[in-house]
Design a protein around this ligand. Structure first.
Ligand code: GDP
Ligand code: GDP
Length: 438
């Protein structure tokens, strides 16, 4: 399945090439300008949110004879229209609806492809409003006023376009594809990190529209393996206003964490651990997700032997419940160590998915209880009769005991440490349930 193709069509001089350049502005380097014809079809990759697609500038639908409407759609334009998934039909908002516009509209309607009508040259929406309304008569329903020259309405146009992408371009959620979520407070550098990963590995495969408009995932490939970056829409096109509201960013974190396999908590090295970091870290912990702490903007920190140690200490102090999370010092700006997040994610996920054989588990527990005997109360001592792992992600152990009341928090912590010492469980929370043996 290739990338969706968007064809820009319309009569000459309506602003198609201006729009084309606007849509692909950041990617002009890879425009494939086919030599030969003065104006062959011009292709380029474009990107909106996490949608990657091709844009084709058809060069226009021209007419053999200006006097007759019996003109023909040029071959090039026809090919582009046949090949594309979405047609952007550009008209000149200052000229009003002409016969040619009507004619092209009738041709396009027969193509049976989604058509997005762009009314161009609208620099002053208020003043030109009545000019715009005229174009409803072309019968396409919605229209998008734009000014290709000034860059107005382009975001709306992109939204219209990607909404019309064929549904079968949705990538199946592969069970084996690791889903990573970048979480953290606004301005920690989450989007920079995501962009670094997507950009540097230059293998943006496609985008995965989620169930809602603002949950869009990105897929990328590293060392022949696919990864999904969860809910990157809010990261890649963000509204500063709503991002700034703490409620919103915590909510966003919750949604991303729920859907991920590994959470990457991005903290700002300059600011240290803040209250909002604690809140978001707490969610990852409670959701039972393996978590990595990425201390970002490390390029801004003057390096001496103590800096990583000092920061690690601060994390241990401020986020004690995340004691299992590996800490990595990165810079989304320079790219330093950012790619290491991927193998590290693999590693913590593997630990989160580990199944410990029952016999081995019981051996470890018996050994632990012989080192440090279980607590007792009023002469009654806790006895762990039998343990087993009931699930993974995160590892969940159940211990059957003589009396659950006798289990203390501190002893549970001790047992957890013993399990970690033996099995590692790097990066993942583990859970222990205590049940009365029936
Ligand atoms: P195409 O031949 O249909 O590809 O159109 P072009 O992109 O070459 O533009 C035709 C003319 O319209 C040029 O003079 C552009 O500068 C002008 N033009 C393009 N977009 C706009 C716009 O948004 N507003 C105004 N006022 N002029 C525009
Ligand atoms: P987000 O809100 O968490 O997505 O943060 P952004 O990625 O938008 O980054 C916020 C600001 O920090 C931007 O101005 C970035 O350029 C800057 N920034 C992000 N990562 C780094 C980094 O590693 N080093 C430096 N010096 N600046 C960074």
């Amino acid at each position: 399945m290739g990338l969706p193709v968007v064809a820009i069509v319309g009569k000459p001089n309506v602003g198609k090439s201006t729009l084309f350049n606007r849509m692909v502005s950041e990617r002009l380097a890879i425009v494939e300008d086919k030599p030969g014809a003065t104006r062959d079809r011009l292709y380029s990759k474009a990107q909106w949110l996490n949608h990657n697609f091709y844009v084709v500038d058809t060069g226009g639908m021209v007419f053999e004879d200006e006097d007759t409407l019996a003109g023909e759609v040029t071959k090039q334009a026809q090919i582009a229209v046949d090949e594309c998934d979405v047609i952007v039909y550009v008209v000149d908002g200052r000229m009003g609806v002409t016969d040619e516009d009507q004619y092209i509209a009738s041709v396009l309607r027969k193509v049976k492809k989604p058509i997005v009508l762009a009314v161009n040259k609208i620099e002053d929406y208020k003043r030109q409003q009545s000019d715009i309304y005229e174009f409803y008569s072309l019968g396409f329903g919605a229209l998008t006023p734009i000014s290709a020259a000034n860059g107005l309405g382009i975001g709306e146009l992109f939204d219209e376009i990607v909404n019309n992408f064929p549904q079968d371009s949705v990538i199946e959620d592969d069970e084996n594809t690791l889903k990573l979520a970048f979480i953290g407070k606004p301005n920690a550098g989450k989007s920079s990190m995501v962009n670094k990963l997507l950009g540097e590995e230059r293998v943006i495969v496609s985008n995965i529209p989620g169930t809602t408009r603002d949950a869009i995932d990105s897929k990328f490939n590293y060392e022949d393996k696919d990864y999904i970056l969860v809910d990157t829409a809010g990261l890649r096109r963000k509204s500063k206003v709503s991002e700034g509201i703490e409620y919103y960013s915590v909510l966003r974190a919750i949604r991303s964490i729920e859907r991920c396999d590994v959470a990457i908590l991005v903290v700002d090295a300059e600011q240290g651990i803040t209250e909002q970091d604690k809140k978001i870290a707490g969610i990852a912990h409670e959701e039972g997700k393996p978590t990595i702490i990425a201390v970002n903007k490390w390029d801004l920190i003057s390096k001496d032997d103590h800096s990583t140690k000092e920061f690690t200490k601060e994390i241990k102090r401020e986020l004690p419940f995340l004691h299992y999370a590996p800490i990595i010092f990165v810079s989304a700006k320079t790219g330093q160590r950012v790619i290491k997040l991927i193998p590290l994610s693999e590693e913590v996920f593997e630990f989160a998915s580990t199944r410990i054989p029952t016999s081995l588990l019981n051996e470890i527990i018996i050994e632990a209880t012989s080192i440090t005997p279980p607590p007792s109360d009023k002469g009654k001592r806790l006895k762990i009769m039998y343990s087993s792992q009931v699930s993974v992600n995160p590892p969940f152990f159940v211990m059957f005991v003589n009396d659950p009341e006798l289990m203390h928090f501190s002893y549970l912590r001790f047992l957890e440490n013993q399990l970690r010492e033996t099995f590692g469980f790097k990066g993942t929370p583990i859970r222990i349930g205590v049940r009365q043996r029936s």
